[in-house]
Design a protein around this ligand. Structure first.
Ligand SMILES: [Zn+2]
Length: 75
C-alpha cells in the first residue's frame, strides 16, 4: 500500500509530473548516483508514487551545488 507523501516534506523547487497520476510530484531530498548521473528521488503527494527523475538542468545545478547541502529537506 502506498502512502502519499506529505507535501511539507518535499522540495517544490524540484517538481515534475508524476508518471502514475499526472499530477505534480516533488523531490524528497534523496539522491541516487547512477552512470555518472544524479537522479532525484521524487515522491507524489497525490497517489504516493515514488520514482527517480533525471533532468539535465538539475544535473548542472547539482554539479554547481553538491548535495545534500543543496536542499534544506535533505537528511
Ligand atoms: Zn502521482
Amino acid at each position: 500500500m502506498r502512502v502519499p507523501a506529505n507535501p511539507s516534506q518535499l522540495d517544490p523547487r524540484f517538481s515534475a509530473e508524476c508518471p502514475d497520476c499526472g499530477k505534480t510530484a516533488a523531490w524528497t531530498g534523496g539522491l541516487e548516483q547512477e552512470d555518472g548521473r544524479t537522479y532525484l528521488d521524487m515522491a507524489c503527494p497525490h497517489c504516493g508514487n515514488g520514482y527517480l527523475c533525471y533532468r539535465a538542468e538539475w544535473q548542472a545545478l547539482f554539479a554547481a551545488f553538491p548535495p545534500p547541502r543543496h536542499s534544506p529537506f535533505a537528511s
